[in-house]
Design a protein around this ligand. Sequence first.
Ligand code: PGA
Length: 261
Amino acid sequence: MEVIIVRDYEEMSTRAAQIAIAALQKKPDMVLGLATGGTPEGLYAKLIEAHKNDGLDFSNVVTFNLDEYVGLGPDHEQSYRYFMNDKLFNHVNVKPENTHVPDGLAVPLLASCAAYDEMIRQAGGIDLQVLGIGRDGHIAFNEPGTSLGSRTHVTGLTRETIEDNSRYFASPDEVPRFAVTMGIASILDARKCLMLASGASKADAVRATIEGPVTSQITASALQMHPDTVVIVDEPAAAQLERADFYRWQDENRHLIADKL
Ligand code: PGA
């Protein structure tokens, strides 16, 4: 894992955008894995800016989102399909038919989960997977206890996740209790992972993810097994990291060997 500690949300979004933009420029027909939530919004705003100001081209990009609430359709303002259209897809030149979000209305759901994994495979696999992290250490909706070998599946949501996500709903009662989510093994198949975390409420989960044991109790910790993961955390989210000085030193000095890499 490459750990990058930055000052704040703005800098986290800027560093993440630099990585995503470089990947897109290198491979214009890349398969981009996307996440919802407050964390990647700043990154998406910067991708839109790069499209509008510098012509960053999404015309050949294929996207796959991590998850969707069971029972919410694309027109529901709290659905993740709606979020993605609103925060990114409607503002860049990605082809709508190239964007994929799990279908929370599909019946039977399990068959559509298997089909989702197959679609990712047929697209050639995910080149860069953007991830946030939940307070309970989840990536996508892989809640504590999810098998680290899981593929796209249906899951219940924990009390913490329902509480955290209730900020988008009129009341916690309206938050769906189930979701469709890519699994940990599906995520680990991505060629590169980019996990972002901002704010003090994520500090414990970030510490456990980076410096704790690999465990299904903190599903993000499975990223320790991934050969190419970058984690960008702001100061408040990095506050519990014991080896912060080493991560900072490494990030500050990486340029010294850049031409040898
Ligand atoms: P957030 O959610 O970006 O809204 O904090 C992250 C997550 O639950 O994965």
